[in-house]
Design a protein around this ligand. Structure first.
Ligand code: ATP
Ligand code: MG
Length: 561
């Protein structure tokens, strides 16, 4: 039964009951069925973790099936990225990689079988006429004038549709179900349309393509899927799913189960919208670190473990809801906190001259990589010298009372180092900007508490100027300024956050950071978690993506503390 390490949910309860009742020969076979018309996003990750997780925990299997029934929007680039992303998330379909397109022949044969049995007919109404005769939720639809044509005639026409005798859009094959059904999906849905479009897998072998509903359940049946798990919007399609299986008299009958899709605040999760962001160059690509795509999260530096943990935490329910972006960020932070060493990087440097420290002298201080668990990676030596950099915003010339960092006449602790006191401020004569602080250090202060009981407010991060290395830092913020960019009337793009990317070219970091190879992660103390971008970094010139800040700054904005 279910391993206790993974939270249970109503789908696992259904499977438990099915196994107890001996259903499906006590097998569990699931599938993840993406349409290759875009890159996978964090919502897909929920479905992947659910389907592959169930297969793993029940010693079953999970298929990866490309639902490639719409050649117009599909692309091999997407096929490849989807496989890469599923693998990266830590899942394996083994030999069970399938394509709906590989079933086109069998789907066609089944369609002929339905026509022969009087359960489907060729309809010559236009798409527009089919739409207008479909009726509404309160009004029944109107039967097509072609509905009662003889089976033999439909069969002949369907074969000629396939043979390419008719122009695109001139005819469709429809299931003969019930034009008065309260469920609009049951009002003689279209099964096939004519579309002269090359398919990435079948080339020009077909000029008719099956509709999603017709292809999906039968593909599940062909593969012996036991539990066909999909999102809630397909609940209204379940009667059709079952009707098609019954009409085709499939040997195996999979069971469709719906769960709530993942919605996240401050982003969009529709492939159409994500594609628009890419095409219109609002982002650098599908893998832009601001995108909610798996490839974007990977490029940003998020680990697969953090994504899996997030998916476990949000659970699986039957009611739609929206998850706060902060929940994802918290999972990312907790994952990185224990796996990533801490170092110092000054983002916006302000020069400090330590007047009572001799020029040319260097004092090595010791700093552990994991302050909460020093043995984990040990410590490194950090050089202290006469010329330092501190963060511009750790100094205020006229500080409010509560400000505990550097200010004229005030003291601060240098992280892992001495106490520093500011005596004078040097300014640019033209702009008046602060360019340098003249300070002294307390040689006796060591790195512990001051012996004389002085109260020192804060410890700030710093680097020795001559020993530090330049790095580029890219600060990412949320892609949109409102929690629900896709909701409401306006174009979702009007809510794009113009400050979602800030590039800092003048940052200075400890030497170890400059030597980091692409793909390395650090916590920059007091700033957040960072990832050496695997594509933009050059040897000796890393570019760091901020994965996530140390605290949820948005919670504060919203008044949450
Ligand atoms: P579109 O955005 O074009 O409607 P889609 O997001 O449904 O497409 P598919 O490729 O059809 O993309 O999705 C593959 C699988 O992932 C489906 O089983 C779908 O239910 C699931 N899925 C898609 N989006 C989410 C989501 N936000 N949360 C959970 N599961 C999702
Ligand atoms: Mg879909």
């Amino acid at each position: 039964m279910t391993e206790p390490t993974h939270p249970t949910n109503f789908i696992r309860h259904i499977i438990d009951a099915d196994l107890a009742a001996g259903k499906h020969d006590r097998r569990v076979v699931t599938r993840f069925p993406p349409e290759p018309n875009g890159y996978l996003h964090i919502g897909h990750a929920k479905s992947i973790c659910l389907n592959f997780g169930i297969a793993r925990d029940y010693q079953g299997r999970c298929h990866l099936r490309f639902d490639d029934t719409n050649p117009a929007k599909e692309d091999v680039e997407y096929i490849n990225s989807i496989q890469e992303d599923v693998r990266w998330l830590g899942f394996d379909w083994g030999t069970h990689l399938y394509h709906a397109a590989d079933y086109f022949g069998r789907l066609y044969d089944w369609a002929e079988q339905l026509i022969a049995a009087g359960k489907a007919y060729v309809c010559e109404l236009s798409a527009e006429e089919i739409r207008t005769t479909r009726g509404t939720l309160t009004q029944p639809g109107k039967e097509s004038p072609y509905r009662h044509r003889p089976s033999a005639e439909s069969l002949d026409l369907f074969r000629r549709m396939r043979a390419g005798e008719f122009p695109d859009g001139s005819r469709v094959l429809r299931a003969k179900i019930d034009m008065a059904s309260p469920n609009l999906n049951m009002r003689d849905p279209v099964m096939y349309r004519i579309r002269r479009e090359s398919h990435h897998r079948t080339g020009d072998a077909w000029c008719i393509y099956p509709m999603y509903d017709w292809a999906h359940g039968l593909s599940d049946a062909l593969e012996g899927i036991t539990h066909s798990i999909c999102t809630l919007e397909f609940a209204d399609h379940r009667p059709l799913y079952d009707w098609y299986l019954a009409a085709a008299a499939t040997e195996h009958r999979p069971q469709q189960i719906e769960f709530a899709r993942l919605n996240l605040t401050y982003t969009v999760m529709s492939k159409r919208m994500l594609l628009e962001l890419v095409k219109d160059r609002h982002v650098g690509g599908w893998d832009d670190p601001r995108m909610p795509t798996i490839s974007g999260l990977r490029r940003r530096g998020v680990t697969p473990e953090a994504i899996r943990e997030f998916c476990d935490r949000i659970g699986v329910a039957k009611m739609d809801s929206t998850i706060e972006m902060g929940v994802l960020e918290a999972a990312i932070r907790e994952d990185l906190n224990v796996r990533v060493p801490r170092v110092m990087c000054v983002h916006r440097p302000l020069r400090v001259i330590v007047e009572n420290f001799p020029e040319g002298r260097v004092e090595e201080l010791e700093a552990p990589f994991f302050p909460d668990d020093p043995p984990k990676m040990g410590a490194r030596k950090i050089p202290f010298a006469r010329e330092l950099f501190v963060e511009q915003d750790d100094f205020l010339e006229e500080p409010p009372k509560k400000f505990t960092r550097l200010a004229p006449g005030r003291e601060v602790r240098l992280r892992w180092g001495f106490i520093l006191k500011c005596h004078a401020v040097v300014k640019d004569s033209g702009t008046g900007a602060v360019t340098e602080l003249r300070c002294t250090y307390d040689a006796e202060s060591g790195t512990g508490a001051p012996r004389d009981g002085r109260k020192i407010g804060s410890a700030i991060h710093w680097v020795a100027a001559a020993h530090s290395v330049p790095v580029q830092v890219q600060l990412y913020d949320r892609l949109f300024t409102v929690p629900d960019p896709a909701g409401g009337g306006a174009d979702f793009k009007t809510h794009l956050n113009p400050q979602s990317l800030e590039v800092l070219t003048g940052a200075r970091a400890e030497a170890a950071v400059g030597a980091a190879s692409p793909g390395t992660r650090f916590q920059f103390e007091r700033r957040g978690f960072y990832f050496a971008d695997p594509i933009d970094s050059r040897p000796g010139a890393p570019v760091f993506n901020r994965i996530v800040a140390l605290r949820d700054s948005w919670a504060k904005v919203a008044g949450g503390g």
